[in-house]
Ligand binder design. Sequence first.
Ligand SMILES: [Zn+2]
Length: 483
Amino acid sequence: MSYAFRLFCAIYGHQPVLDAEQAQTTDVWIRYAPGSAQGQQPRPTLKLSSLYQSRSLYEAAPPPKRFEREGESTVLFYSPLPGQEPDWLGEIFEWVSSADEYSVRARDSVGRVAFAETYLGRHKLDARIPYAAVAMRFLQRALCRLAPGAVAEPRSPVESAGHFVIPTHDVDYFPGSHLNSVYRVAKNAAISCWLYKSAALGMKQAGMALRRAAGGPDPLDQIPALAQGESRRNVSASYYFLLKRYHRRDANYDLSQPGLTDAMAALERQGFEVGVHGSYTSLDEPSELAAQFDSMRARGFRPLGGRQHWLRFTLDRLIPAHERARALYDSSMGWPDRLGFRSGACFAFPPYNFEEERPATFIEIPLVMMDQSLQVGPGEESDWYYQVAELLSVSRRYGWGGISLLWHPAAFGGGWLSHAVGDVFWRLMDSRNERQETWLSAIEFVRSVRQRYIEVGLLSEEYGSAEPEEPVQQPSKGEFVAA
Ligand SMILES: [Zn+2]
């Protein structure tokens, strides 16, 4: 439970004291055992019910039970006796550790855990509710009743930043041969017709393919325009590149592609982050992801995190692979086909390493939405912006964020997905001040908040210490150098 307690303290800005001897001056105590310790000054004490039961990772979590207090409701893994306080730390741990997900044996055709098989899917829970953050809020309110005057809301590590949002771009396509781009756009036209049931989009893309065949521009080559749009708005972002091509579902390029490292270097020069998009099979071998990080280091880059291609991962492999790669963060915890909070978290956290019963050595930046989930979702185009802005507002309501959005560069310009998908991204970015959001790259986020996680004892003093300390910084307004 000390993991969940430290994490709660990191998000709310409390100073955790775990040793009762040293806790004489704390404002409030949280206790599992009844009664107060002998010989100690009685302090305001919140008594939690001791309900969490550790279980085999092959066993599913107990089904959700409804809980309501003062007009706010949620679900609990463990119901307390009437009048007793729920086991909030146990609830937080169940969500954030995603313990239930380890018990799911079924895989989809890609080798992933499908939403329908997860705790949220099986129990028909709303993925757009950050249940771990809801549990933290209930806990904080209970503490505030004992310590009047305490701030009820989570305290951001950076006073000027109310809510951190991290725009990220997985580069699944890099301009190569002329023929390859004609083929890709023509294929997208067919997919738009048959899969997305949009004949209009398919026809448009067929036209683009013809123009490309006749020597026109490559509609999937969107990195320069995207980076330029972000620079113009003084927003930094993270770009993740695939480095190896072992599987037909990997990209149309790898690290040896002419022009690739120049394009990566150009992004870095402009203040963007360049990271690793772990290839389709990169978790099938224990050291492969680390080798992919190393291959980028060997070219003079300093990758510090990234995301798995196709979100193809299981937690038992994802966590040790990122530790071996000496990554500072990962941002794979999300779904390819829906918006929401996969681990109940609208905040960044070190995942729990069950094998060694400790916090992992990197932080997870939850992925809460991606471009293609808009197009496969049930909503109309006109609803998309509302849906995603609402999700960000929910996250904002519960804390200071640390969540990522994924828009592939090729999602802009209409060559893959509808033009409207790219428009939603720009509209979100342009309305960021209305929701008091700070948009920045993942590594700038890590630099801004790392101390908070170190202070509560979740990450070691060395975490990110090799990185230069830089304040929240925006990219220079330079011109993007197309490579
Ligand atoms: Zn990808």
